[in-house]
Write a new protein. Sequence first.
Length: 276
Amino acid sequence: MRLKFTKMHGLGNDFVMIDGITQRVKLTSDKVRQIADRHTGIGCDQLLLVEAPRDPDVDFRYRIYNADGSEVENCGNGARCFARFVRERRLTSKEKILVETAAGILELNVQGADQVSVDMGPPILEPAKIPFQADIQAESYPLEVDGETYTVGAVSMGNPHTVLLVEDVDTAPVQTLGAAIECHPRFPARVNVGFLQILDRGRARLRVFERGVGETRACGTGACAAMVAARIRGLVDEEVQITLPGGGLTIHWPGPGEPVTMTGPATAVYHGQIVV
């Protein structure tokens, strides 16, 4: 199978974009891992597939595969790249684009050359729907890992996230603690792990250990989840500039029941073909 693709990134969180509308695409977990391999394939954090929608009221279907071959529900940085990709490939000329995901409908709004704003929908805070094992919904939860107890937030942005507050993201044990929490039994679908340093009520720094990927340079849903986890504890205002290793995102959330809006860049790197 010969596939045309575009390599893109959102703040260094990199993607292989594949148009499944104008070419026939049949992906398996093995093929995704082959494409995502940074030594023998193209290399990416995630592969994003554009398909025709099943819902006639939306524009596209958006499918997301981690580098390990697993299909996941949502990806905020990928959504911004998705919007730019379908416009550059002339699959649509719309500036407001509705896409169907495994987590629901996303609204993507193109703003200028490379900025895209994404309506991520309201965050999910009920433990059973995240999913997270807890008796009651709370602002934060104790989580025991290797004999230590940490205070964490738990949020779903269509995919599960947990958030830890740290004094300094530069020295946070992202690799070791992130890997341990990703597969914690209280998160039955595994979890993305955010390490959040709050600078003031409008600024924060974040590193994310992403489920099925490891640490990434940026994570859009992780930035949204981190802001929500901080805001429900009264630590930040309704708009926060979050700086990740790859760059900055603006996250806006008025409060419970309201949608989270994420704004940031999407960058095309190159186009090519691969045989898989």
